[in-house]
Design a protein around this ligand. Sequence first.
Ligand code: 9YT
Length: 133
Amino acid sequence: MIVRTLQEAEQNNRHIKDPKGNWDSTRLLLKDDNMGFSFHITTIYKGADFQMHYQNHLESVYCMSGEGEVETLADGKVYPIKPGTVYILDKHDKHILRAFSEMKMACVFNPPLNGKEVHNAEGAYELTAEAID
Ligand code: 9YT
């Protein structure tokens, strides 16, 4: 069994900051753990408004706190996000996330992230990336 705490993980190399300043993410479970998915606690900063397109991954995002919205680019639909909302990018949907207040999200990725991924120019994570040390 693997046991970790968010508090410990936030203090070490599992805590990754978006170079563009929209979010940070504490990666509690990663590829090296051999579970077939990764699990992250992500903070989206208030006022963030940015596009993502996870071409290489499927992602589920559960909102634990805060308010915002997510828009799917293909059809222009806008979905409110509040605590208890989950959005599931089952079609590698290109999307925009907007945070009206700071949002805490629990995120699951399949395939799992290696560790140090940040978004590329298209808002995706590459399949190869550095693991945490
Ligand atoms: C909700 C979302 O995709 N935010 C970007 C960060 C991502 N969740 C991550 O790397 O943990």
